[in-house]
Design a protein around this ligand. Structure first.
Ligand code: GUN
Length: 293
């Protein structure tokens, strides 16, 4: 069994990005700049946004954090997005989700210029992803593909079973792995809450991507020997072993499943760090105008 070390891989990629930033600056280019928009003070969102700012510092990007009160009217936030779209110094930006109930997330995402949508959430980017055009890929699927590449995991002709059909993980990773390219060329099955025979399907899988947010859902009896398992789950569960009183749990019963795997991601230290680094890679692509020129 090989442990897929997302933390170490993300660390290497960060060094590669930092090198590239140094070259850009040395040749008179502009420092890549990511802006993050945070509405309200949701504890998890605060943590995520702080990580994003710290990640930018580590690779030499400029970053701006724009904070707004929970009560900001929808139109005011939409106007802010328009300003960011026009700001020549900002290469890419993200609006941290979830947003307060009175603001339409769809409207806000649609207001973002696809060329600055480094989250890859805009319908133009998700549509381009589906048909295999260059686009900003959402961070978690992009991170999974990068891990598959860097660990030389064969995907061609393999049966990949994805558990979860979210717009930001399940659907895009299904599209990426079914694409006619490498990594890709998988036969993909997408399972979800209404799937009746999940175990029958996971037992046929060469690769399983668990992304439905149910701690410990995938157990040893559901997988066959030699399977590749990618755990995307990060559910907060109560814990008396941590200072904060909670810990993050994956969708895979790691202890039971790992001995049967050829490759498996741990949680933490698997997909999470790769998701964070993918946002940096997208920001670098935005700064270099690699996707939309
Ligand atoms: N909330 C949780 N994850 C994400 C993310 O990747 N991007 C944004 N914008 N909000 C999130």
């Amino acid at each position: 069994m090989i442990l897929i070390d997302g933390k170490e891989t993300a660390g290497k990629i960060k060094l590669e990005i930092a090198e590239e930033v140094k070259k850009i600056i040395a040749t008179g280019g502009k420092r890549p700049h990511l802006a993050t928009v945070l509405v309200g003070s949701d504890a998890a969102s605060e943590t995520y946004v702080n990580y994003k700012v710290k990640d930018c510092e580590q690779v030499g990007f400029a970053s701006s954090m724009l904070r707004f009160d929970e009560s900001i009217p929808e139109q005011e936030l939409l106007d802010k997005v328009s300003e960011l779209n026009l700001d020549q110094d900002i290469d890419g930006f993200i609006v941290q989700l979830p947003l307060p109930a009175h603001i339409s997330e769809t409207k806000v995402i649609e207001a973002i210029d696809p060329a600055k949508d480094v989250d890859g959430f805009h319908p133009v980017n998700t549509g381009r992803l589906l048909i295999g055009m260059p686009c900003f890929e959402s961070a978690t699927p992009a991170g999974i593909i990068e891990l598959i590449k860097r660990y030389n995991i064969e995907t061609s002709g393999k049966h990949c079973v994805i558990i979860g059909r979210s717009n930001i993980v399940g659907k895009p990773i299904a599209a990426l792995l079914a694409q006619k390219r490498d990594p890709g060329n998988c036969t993909v099955t997408v399972c979800h809450s209404r799937t009746r025979n999940i175990k029958e399907l996971t037992l046929q899988a060469d690769i399983i991507i668990a992304a439905m947010g149910q701690p410990g859902f995938l157990t040893a009896d559901m997988v066959r020997e030699g399977v590749v398992v990618i755990d995307v789950g990060t559910t907060r569960v109560k814990s008396d072993q941590t200072k904060s009183g909670f810990k993050l749990k994956g969708d895979v019963d790691f202890e039971g499943v790992a001995p049967k795997c050829s490759y498996i991601t741990p949680m933490p230290g698997g997909v999470g760090p790769m998701t964070r680094v993918s946002l940096l890679l997208n920001t670098l692509k935005a700064a270099k105008k690699e996707i939309y020129s």
